[in-house]
Design a protein around this ligand. Structure first.
Ligand SMILES: [Zn+2]
Length: 260
């Protein structure tokens, strides 16, 4: 640590490193916005259909609500159709309670679907807690759906298939590997396919997810490929080589530079 702190008119940590976003991508059918993505901090990905205006979120990290508002958007209050959470680590679901609270405050009426890996206890407990506290005064209905490997869930606007990927964190405190419930997603918006790895080490499922996609959103937490196979993330070179399976790609989930 060291060095001067930014003065008030300089960008905050989120903007010091362009590898952390924002990222955008679009074609005729869909716009992708990733306001911010950093390993161990937060990742939120927005897919917006250009035809229907409907929005899907892939992960909902801390600050997702602030990021949405900072983009100057209020359409999400009514237009978010679905949130797909890749796994229960805080940097992927820490913004869920805030967003649900905001939607309640703004009197949303539309149904909301939340997709999760099976037994994703971190997100399920947030959902149950929120519902328990506000059940009498909740203006909108929401359902959560636990997706196992190879299953999917469709709304009128987004068609989602899920693959189990290989990830763990502090669930794995001993030498014995304990994988956690973790999914990657492949989403069809009109005729466009967007693939998202979530957090994962190399595994065949992510190749299936990415292959032929119009856009692959790939995590690359490690700068260098670790020697050990006992790990939970992809490296930049692995992400770059996986990217060749898709028509286009964005690389996200880098380690933020906190040495200032
Ligand atoms: Zn993560």
């Amino acid at each position: 640590m060291g060095g001067p702190l930014p003065s008030s008119n300089e960008p905050g940590v989120a903007n010091l490193n362009s590898e952390l976003g924002p990222f955008t991508w679009e074609n005729d059918e869909v716009r992708v916005n990733i306001p911010y993505s950093a390993a161990g901090v937060s990742t939120t990905i927005l897919l917006t259909s250009k035809f229907t205006g409907k929005i899907m979120l892939l992960d909902i990290g801390d600050g997702a609500l602030r990021d949405l508002l900072a983009m100057g958007r209020l359409d999400f209050i009514t237009e978010i159709d679905m949130i797909a959470i890749s796994h229960g680590h805080f940097d992927h679901m820490g913004g869920l309670h805030s967003l649900l609270g905001f939607l309640r405050m703004m009197n949303r009426k539309e149904m909301l679907h939340i997709l999760l890996p099976p037994n994703c206890v971190e997100a399920i407990e947030v959902i149950k807690g929120f519902r328990g506290v506000y059940s009498e005064t909740l203006p909108f209905a929401f359902l959560y759906h636990e997706l196992s490997d190879g299953t999917g869930f469709d709304t009128d606007f987004f068609k989602v298939s899920a693959r189990q990927v290989e990830h763990f964190g502090m669930e794995c405190p001993t030498d014995e590997e304990v994988l956690m419930p973790a999914l990657g997603y492949r989403v069809k918006v009109g005729g466009t396919i967007i693939a998202y790895t979530g957090d994962t080490r190399p595994c065949s499922a992510i190749e299936d997810l990415i292959r032929g996609a119009d856009l692959a959103i790939i995590e690359a937490t490690h700068k260098e490929t670790p020697e050990s196979s006992r790990r939970a993330h992809l490296s930049e070179s692995e992400a770059t080589s996986l990217a060749k399976l898709a028509k286009d790609h964005l690389i996200i989930h880098r380690i933020p530079d906190i040495e200032r």
